[in-house]
Design a protein around this ligand. Sequence first.
Ligand code: KIV
Length: 290
Amino acid sequence: MADKITVPHVRSRKGGPRLTMVTAYDAPTARIADAAAIDMILVGDSVANVVLGYEDTLAADLDVMIHHTAAVARTEPRALVIGDMPWMSYHVSIDDAVRNAGRLVREGGAEAVKLEGGRKRVPVVEAILAAEIPVVGHLGLTPQSVHAMGGYRVQGKAAETAKELLQDAHRLADAGIFCLVLEGIPDVLAQLITKEVSVPTIGIGAGHHTDGQVLVFHDVLGLHDGRMPKFVRKYARLFDEAVAALQSFVGDVQAGAFPSEEESYHMTDEAATALFKEEPRDDLSWPLSW
Ligand code: KIV
């Protein structure tokens, strides 16, 4: 098995080989990601809409994030485990943000945390780093700002906003983040940021010029039949496969074809003979010569 992915290793991949990241929210999805040699597992606050059935990511609170991060971390993956800081866990005060990042590490087993936003997050990033917790930045279409953005809209399409995002990327990199997620921005802007900042960029809906790519686990595997953004490539259709498999289960149960003899536990003939000695039962399918 290859070496554990660490923060310095991720930093060293600036410029290549390209990095991969997927979200995972529990032990089975983390094991699948790790078996596929994904570099980084993000326990995203997208757990709220992808797994818990909420409209958006705002419903995920710190306890939810710790619960899911811990499930991923318990699998002890080779991949670096990044815990997402949920909305309102780093917006109230710097002290609060450091304490909450610490809980994601101590209770959730995260090896790094991610938080959304540009220059106004610099003091928080610096304080979390001062507590020896590595930080991933996240710029562009930041889902925790859904109301401020007026919906999920591609960001940085105009020259002025593109320049602001580039400056934000520099400010975060200067503050000491080790990796930067770029979501929902034009490909040329992602390319510019990738060329200019010193840390690896990980794109999602940001074109192919970044240092790596991230996708949501359930999107990339087609685990749901909902609408997908245009940047998602479905590498499997597990929703359809799962429905077909369960339909076969329903059919087999209704036909009495499941479980088979091999899938059942049996008594020895001797034990069954003793059980039915007093009161023979012709209505039971015994003995069966197991
Ligand atoms: O929560 C999440 O899934 C994310 C990714 C989309 C980067 O932040």
